[in-house]
Design a protein around this ligand. Sequence first.
Ligand SMILES: [Fe+2]
Ligand SMILES: [Fe+2]
Length: 229
Amino acid sequence: MTAPSIQRPRSSLTVGEIAATLPGATAVFRKYGLDFCCKGNIPLVDSARLRGVDLAEIEQALASLDAPAAAMEAPSDTAALIAYIRRRYHDVHRRELPELIKLASKVEKVHADHAKVPRGLADLLERMARELDLHMMKEEVMLFPAMAAAPIGLLAAPIACMRHEHDDHGLLLQRLETITDRFTVPRGACRSWQALYAGACKLADDLMEHIHLENNVLFPRFSQSSVTR
Ligand SMILES: [Fe+2]
Ligand SMILES: [Fe+2]
């Protein structure tokens, strides 16, 4: 992936570029609600304006990450990066989603009369689990093995298809945030409800990081001839 020029002001870089090159930036973007995965191609200045948040505050938070102590979050070697994505995200989604579905079903049933019950959350999580499982299987069975062998440029079509599916996942994430009021647990909520929203928030964080690593770090390595694999 081509590193963004240091001559450009950070606000003109896309959120995807910043997320891919500045360790810790993804946590800042999540805090301010900026979409750095599916909408990673939008410049920071526009992304902040769309979300209605203060650009200067975000830039200050990003500047504080520039300390050399910050470590890269993912391997730079492509084979190691793919193994990392599978282990850290694919396996974790598959492990955690079934439990979240059970918790959501329980909370919806037990608190059916509560004004803030997350109605439809179990169905939404089941849909996410189904679609994610199919998507990850395509990556594991077809795309990732092909990346080990195919010349750069040959994978444009399957990568475009995966990006499209990531956009669909992004829409489901938006619904997840809406149904849970951005994972805000109502006062006096039971332990199950608290655990459900904590788990759903982690799922959202993980899925955004997962999509970001593929859209902004892994896939560009197969669409730019200048990149060394
Ligand atoms: Fe993936
Ligand atoms: Fe993916």
